[in-house]
Write a protein that binds this ligand. Structure first.
Ligand code: MN
Length: 202
């Protein structure tokens, strides 16, 4: 169905992230999973005041769950995956620079140490969820969230997000979630995009 919220176009071809993430995984993840979150959200907000809100406003309105848990699940996932696709570029910057590089060194010791902690955070999310690099009170930190939950709902700025739902990695990596996360951090995250998000939020 149509509705107030629409799935943004994928910023590249479905095979652009291979071999780190296969075209088949991107096709299903974007074309089925991400699209379905939008379709369900549009059905849930139809005829409510949320139909006139921004996606961010819907996430914040529904973050305490209760009768709006279904809205939060779909709005959160719709929002999470927009950042997820935007942060990747197969030819992007493979290391941070500028302010991001400074803050990674200050808050984690080194880029490699940050990536190691990021993978560990992702590995320790029990069940479906996300691991995030966030700006929180002027510092970089990592957080894991369950299901659709995200930094936005906790007053933090999401800079980079690893989807650790099995649909993100199972076709390509089976049960090897940490291997998938390490490959994404090493080979797909465009750290200049992450740096721009950071500088916009400081
Ligand atoms: Mn996903």
């Amino acid at each position: 169905m149509s509705g107030p919220f629409s799935l943004p176009a994928l910023p590249y071809a479905e095979d652009a992230l291979a071999p780190v993430i296969s075209a088949q995984t991107v096709g299903l993840h974007y074309g089925k999973h991400h699209k379905t979150y939008f379709d369900k959200l549009n059905g849930l907000v139809d005829g409510t005041d949320m139909a006139d809100m921004s996606l961010e406003e819907v996430v914040l309105k529904s973050k305490d769950g209760g009768a709006l848990q279904g809205v939060f699940n779909n709005a959160g996932q719709a929002w999470n995956h927009i950042l997820y696709w935007e942060q990747f570029h197969a030819q992007g910057a493979r290391t941070p620079s500028g302010k991001l590089a400074e803050m990674v060194e200050r808050d984690f010791g080194s880029f490699d140490a940050m990536k190691e902690q990021f993978v560990n955070t992702a590995a320790n999310v029990f069940g479906s969820g996300w691991a995030w690099l966030v700006l929180d009170g002027g510092k970089l930190s990592l957080m894991g969230t369950s299901n659709a939950d995200n930094p936005l709902a906790h007053g933090k700025t999401a800079l980079c997000g690893l989807d650790v739902w099995e649909h993100a990695y199972y076709l390509d990596y089976q049960n090897l979630r940490p291997k998938h996360c390490q490959a994404v951090l090493d080979g797909l995250v465009n750290w200049s995009y992450v740096g721009e998000k950071l500088e916009a939020a400081l």
